[in-house]
Design a protein around this ligand. Structure first.
Ligand code: CA
Ligand code: CA
Length: 154
């Protein structure tokens, strides 16, 4: 049993975990006793998704709860406030950089080779990460996405 902590408040709750146990999502109180969606990792501890992904949240949009995470730790779902529609809505958060096929945070020759080796197929493995635009085939559109983002995060 492991204590995951809070975001500075007095309560937290974990709702889902990746297959390897290394990424956990849920809700935790911050030091202002507001419930916030969190992600926990062994290296980073508890982080508020609103701070980590602030650049994706514009016009007053906020994430409120993180309910589930994909087995590979890439995708997070939950709900929050969408300022563009002025509604509380479900969200899907892709935590990987655009063009990343292996989740190491860097777009480099490993991603380029992964796309080239999977070229013309739906992508490899259960998740088909080489199909970057998720249109069902690894083709020049996916290759260009890697090239345009080459070096990002490295
Ligand atoms: Ca990569
Ligand atoms: Ca594609």
């Amino acid at each position: 049993m492991q204590d995951l902590g809070t975001l500075g408040g007095s309560q937290s709750a974990a709702y889902d975990v990746s297959a390897d146990g290394n990424v956990i999502v849920g809700q935790a109180e911050n030091d202002g006793y507001q419930w916030r969606p969190f992600r926990w990792t062994p290296a980073g501890g508890v982080e508020d998704l609103n701070q980590t992904y602030a650049s994706l949240l514009t016009g007053g949009s906020e994430l409120w709860e993180a309910h589930a995470i994909s087995p590979d730790g890439r995708y997070i779902v939950g709900f929050g406030y969408n300022a563009a529609t002025d509604r509380d809505e479900a969200f899907l958060l892709d935590t990987w950089r655009t063009g990343d096929t292996n989740g190491d945070g860097c777009i480099d020759d490993a991603d380029l080779l992964a796309v080239l080796f999977a070229f013309g197929t739906p992508g490899s493995g259960l998740t088909c990460h080489e199909d970057i635009n998720k249109d069902g085939v690894v083709d020049d559109a996916d290759l260009l996405t890697v090239l345009f983002n080459f070096g990002s995060g490295c």
